[in-house]
Ligand binder design. Structure first.
Ligand code: C2O
Ligand code: CU
Length: 466
């Protein structure tokens, strides 16, 4: 039964038992675009996320859909969007993973003021790298992202694609109430101090188990985006041969087979080359509590060619800086502490050392290097072009997906000495990971957990470059 396949622990049974209620919001009329500049409008909307027997869910969305519109451009092009805020609260747009001009990074208080309801902000920046990226708010992200504000930004590489066609698959995790409205528990202390806002309904491209017809021996490129606020998916592909071709937008030197269980953290992207082999149905699935949950199907109809493929060629690489030191390496530590079942007893909040209990009463639960949340002091200041390493130590009992703005980095160690380029690294509980990057993009850049409730309750800092 399709419905039970979607159960992710919390209350899905009650959603199914609940039945549909009439909802107050109607689809907004689309503002007419009177300028040449393309508009990206955020506003309340209703979309069908739950099965058809439920009424559409009131969400916040870009351009009336969830996910928002796919923005496509070519590497090297300039992207130009007027962000129009028709939400009932301020917002901004962050272009996740783009090595962007700092003024366009969308971080309130660090790179721009918030965009008030009814106001707009013009984003204009060049796209230095091809790859799979995404955009989302950077103000009250724990609520705005959870309400549906996100979209995919595809930057196409030069040259002919070495696959038959591509599909974008945006994974999202919703916390529904009985009537498939969004549960209003945004920012709940219980979520903040534990794994974040986990949901009870998973969608792919806003749909319930979409079906993507394919042909035998067809070679697909799948651009997967994890747009969930907190859920780490344990991905599996079946019925075909899947290769990881890129992570967080950046091509691997050589595509490598997707492991049996692939940890896919919030904000990360993975580009898969998926070769359809069988005549049966291929699926995108996740492992959840020992069960395989199918998220999307690829029914096979027809034959693309008679022979299966050779292993895929690498995608064309981007021009990323070589990790070579010019002068001393700037080394910093990022020790994560706090959260439920942690060892943290106290930390600095608003300039004073406070007990965990006092910190928790103000809605905070986590610290980086003993300090809760953003302060005026950056974690580090790097001269332009400096090689920086950050040793990230997870002393908590929870996994965290740490994202650096404006740069891509590589993990030190591992079989090749250097891991793949990434902008978001999953660090499991008790784990230590050391990353390295060249601080070649001037400005003020955030470094934070992308379990966005963790970020807002303490796991946020920034670095200064140049
Ligand atoms: Cu995807 Cu600071 O964000
Ligand atoms: Cu976290």
């Amino acid at each position: 039964m399709i419905t039970t396949r979607r159960r992710f622990g919390l209350g899905m049974a009650s959603v199914l038992a609940g039945g549909a209620l009439p909802l107050g919001l109607s689809r907004p009329t689309v503002a007419s675009v009177t300028e040449n500049r393309k508009v990206l409008r955020a506003a309340p909307a209703t979309v069908q996320l739950a099965p058809a027997e439920y009424a559409p869910t009131p969400v916040w969305s870009y351009e009336g859909s969830v996910p928002g519109p796919v923005i496509r451009a070519r590497k090297g092009q300039t992207l130009d969007r007027r962000f129009v805020n028709d939400l009932p609260e301020p917002s901004t747009v962050h272009w996740h993973g783009i090595r962007i001009d700092n003024a366009m990074d969308g971080v309130p208080g660090l790179t721009q003021p918030v965009v008030q309801p009814g106001a707009h902000f013009d984003y204009r920046f060049t796209l230095p790298d091809a790859g799979t990226y995404w955009y989302h708010p950077h103000h009250r992200t724990w609520e705005q992202l959870a309400r549906g504000l996100h979209g995919v930004l595809v930057v196409e590489e030069d040259g002919d694609p070495q696959y038959d066609r591509e599909e974008i698959l945006v994974l999202d995790d919703w916390r529904f109430d009985r009537d498939a409205t969004l549960h209003e528990s945004f920012g709940a202390p219980m979520d903040r101090s534990h794994a974040g806002r986990l949901g009870n309904w998973v969608t792919v491209n806003g749909q319930d188990e979409p079906s993507i017809p394919v042909k035998q021996h067809e070679r697909l490129r799948l651009r997967l985006v994890n747009a969930a606020t907190a859920r780490v998916f344990n991905l599996r592909m079946k019925g075909g041969k899947a290769w990881i071709a890129a992570l967080d937008g950046q091509a691997l030197d050589r595509p490598k087979p997707l492991p049996d269980r692939f940890r896919f953290a919030p904000a990360q992207r993975v580009d898969l080359i998926f070769d359809i082999l069988d005549t049966g149905e291929a699926v995108l699935a996740v492992e959840e509590r020992g069960e395989t949950v199918v998220l999307a199907g690829f029914p096979v109809d027809g034959v693309a060619r008679s022979d299966p493929f050779n292993p895929p060629e690498p995608l064309p690489p981007n021009d990323l800086p070589e990790l070579k030191a010019s002068g001393d390496v700037l080394a910093a530590d990022l020790v994560m502490a706090g959260g439920a079942m942690g060892q943290m007893r106290s930390a600095v909040l608003n300039g004073t050392e406070q007990s965990l209990r006092d910190i928790a009463q103000q809605g905070y639960f986590w610290a980086f290097n003993g300090v809760v949340g953003m302060t005026d002091t950056p974690l580090l200041k790097a001269d332009l072009g400096r090689l920086v390493t950050i040793k990230m130590v997870n002393e908590t009992n929870w996994p965290h997906a740490i994202h650096l703005h404006g740069h891509h980095f590589r993990k030190l160690g591992g079989p090749d000495g250097l891991g793949p380029w990434r902008d978001t690294e999953l660090i499991e509980r008790g784990e230590t990971a050391e990353i390295a990057f060249i601080a070649d993009n001037p400005g003020k850049w955030m470094l934070h957990c992308h379990m966005v409730d963790h970020a807002d309750s303490g796991m946020m800092t920034w670095i200064e470059v140049g």
